[in-house]
Design a protein around this ligand. Sequence first.
Ligand SMILES: Nc1nc2c(c(=O)[nH]1)N(C=O)[C@@H](CNc1ccc(C(=O)N[C@@H](CCC(=O)O)C(=O)O)cc1)CN2
Ligand SMILES: Nc1ncnc2c1ncn2[C@@H]1O[C@H](COP(=O)(O)OP(=O)(O)OP(=O)(O)O)[C@@H](O)[C@H]1O
Length: 195
Amino acid sequence: MNPSLDQRRRIRARRRKLDPAYRRAAATAACKQLLSLNRFQSARRVALYLAADGELDPLPVLRKACAMGKHCYLPVLHPVREQSLWFVRWQPGEALHPNRYGIAEPRWKPQGLVKPWALDLVLMPLVAFDEQGNRMGMGGGYYDRSFAWRFHRHFWKGPELVGYAYELQKLTRIRASKWDVPMDAIVTESTVYMG
Ligand SMILES: Nc1nc2c(c(=O)[nH]1)N(C=O)[C@@H](CNc1ccc(C(=O)N[C@@H](CCC(=O)O)C(=O)O)cc1)CN2
Ligand SMILES: Nc1ncnc2c1ncn2[C@@H]1O[C@H](COP(=O)(O)OP(=O)(O)OP(=O)(O)O)[C@@H](O)[C@H]1O
């Protein structure tokens, strides 16, 4: 069996088993870590995600960011571009609908859409990471496709890509594929790993 498939399944299962009290404490602690970063404080347009499958919950960050006057965006499966993402402005209380994976997303409207390169900071959901900034996701290649243009940029690399995950999702080393877009930093409930 493909070892990374097996690993993906194992980590997802471990993540789902965390108890609610730990989840809440971790969501608060990770939010504090993120808020302490200059690159978060100076970001105006921030993309986050809505937690699914036991992911570390960025809702405290979303609330705080909105209160700080930042514009918050959520990933939406691109209607025509295969396995790619768009980002749609969203605020707590606005309507959400499940996408084909059952993950809640806002309905896109032309005026609320932003291209990935127009964001300042992207909080990336992930299944596993390593300290070098390598990321293993859910296996759809969505974030890799959406930020592949980064490979052709030498100076301006667009938004800061910040992984957001539980400490238990850290692996010693992830073997990156050529299409894997590395992250600039990873924030967990206990640490910030800087790329
Ligand atoms: N919260 C959150 N939102 C996100 C992502 C994410 O990782 N987390 N994505 C990050 O890319 C995109 C969605 N990507 C996903 C890719 C695969 C599966 C998934 O569950 N796949 C099934 C098998 C495939 C199927 O059901 O058709 C599985 O692995 O069991 C879910 C989301 C956009 N939104
Ligand atoms: N830029 C790209 N162009 C074409 N195909 C790509 C690109 N990036 C990834 N893929 C394809 O997507 C598939 C899934 O990639 P991978 O397993 O790295 O996804 P992932 O990062 O885990 O998923 P996600 O970003 O959705 O969480 C691979 O088969 C890969 O060939």
